[in-house]
Design a protein around this ligand. Structure first.
Ligand code: PHE
Length: 341
């Protein structure tokens, strides 16, 4: 009997139950009506009287040890259950997810596109790596034409119709004229590349949004109206525009557009360099040669085109003095636009 008691004590000591069911099974096995400890108590009756004292103590010890062990196992399982159910509280609000902020160039690009969408323009996109035809030739830049020097080009290949990085998104307009049914009314946002030394005012990569409208009887008055409405949406309802004659190979006549300075409202400040005007875009009536190069009948159709730099508009909007800020991804700069999401 003594050995059985000791064996049971060791057994209880090492008892490891993980679930309430296992604990209950152990309890029945040890302390239940037919349990091992209960049976030992029954046998105790037959123990010789001189041994009763010693065995009695041992049996009581065993019974208490079993009860205490079962109690402590129960507590442990209960604690576990409450701990694990706490970490699966499905009603708890989620952890806030850090979203970051939109890049100022994206904000302004979307704003420009949004304005032209309201005017009924669609968005057209094209490849950044282009051929000479779509960037120059079809836009009335013949080979050796000095106007090619206006845009320092990164070439990928040389020879006939070389591959190059587009210097403007006018190439997308050519692709649209070649493939889309008329009338065409599109804006072409995208990255462009020019071989320029990087400084506060110039970069080798920047973003443009260019626009094209081709239909019957499109006139310079339509162009002026579109640009004026754009300027008012972008810079405020009191914005005024002025056009200065300019030159682009693909438009005739061509103009450079200034908007009244929204900082000093025309009085003259250091942003507009005292002139009261800020240059925002280039535009003009599509040259008939350009229409014909893409297979459009220039006797029947006419159109206008315009193009602007997104970084430049963003600079005017937020008075960012150094263009390089847009490309360095300095969080201190980017976080300034967090509220503009
Ligand atoms: N493509 C010209 C540029 O990149 C901008 C422009 C577009 C001018 C359309 C006139 C008409 O400088």
């Amino acid at each position: 009997m003594k050995e059985r008691i000791d064996a049971l004590l060791a057994d209880i000591e090492s008892l490891a139950c993980k679930t309430e069911k296992e604990i209950e099974e152990a309890r029945v096995r040890l302390l239940g009506k037919k349990g091992e400890i209960t049976r030992l108590f029954e046998e105790f009756r037959t123990v010789a009287p001189e041994m009763k004292r010693e065995y009695g103590q041992k049996l009581n010890q065993l019974k208490n040890a079993a009860a205490a062990k079962i109690e402590s196992l129960k507590n442990a399982v209960e604690e576990n259950v409450s701990a694990s159910s706490a970490s699966f509280d499905l009603t708890k609000p989620g952890e806030p997810f850090p979203l970051g902020s939109r890049h100022p160039v994206s904000i302004v690009r979307e704003e420009i596109i949004g304005i032209f969408r309201k005017f009924g323009y669609n968005v057209a996109e094209g490849p950044e790596i282009e051929d000479d035809w779509h960037v120059f030739e079809a836009l009335n830049f013949p080979p050796e034409h000095p106007a090619r020097d206006m845009q320092d080009t990164f070439f990928v290949t040389s020879g006939h119709n070389p591959i190059l990085l587009r210097t403007h998104t006018s190439s997308v307009q050519v692709r649209a004229m070649e493939s889309m049914p008329l009338p065409i009314r599109i804006v072409c946002p995208g990255r462009v590349f020019r071989n320029e030394a990087i400084s506060a005012r110039a970069h080798c990569i920047f973003h443009q949004v260019e626009g094209l409208y081709i239909d019957e009887n499109v006139t310079f008055a339509d162009l002026k109206q579109a640009i004026l409405l754009f300027a008012r949406e972008m810079f405020g309802s009191d914005a005024r525009i002025r056009m200065r004659p300019s030159y682009f190979p693909f438009t005739e006549p061509s103009a450079e557009v200034d908007v009244s300075c929204n900082i000093c409202h025309g009085k003259g400040c250091n942003i507009c360099k005292g002139t009261g005007w800020l240059e925002i875009l280039g535009c003009g009536m599509v040259d008939p040669n350009v229409l014909e190069a893409s297979g459009i009948d220039s006797k029947k159709y006419s159109g206008f085109a315009f193009g602007m730099g997104v970084e430049r508009i963003a600079m005017l909007k937020w008075q960012v003095k150094d263009l390089r800020n847009y490309f360095e991804n300095d969080l201190r700069f980017l976080r300034e636009f967090e509220t503009s999401i």
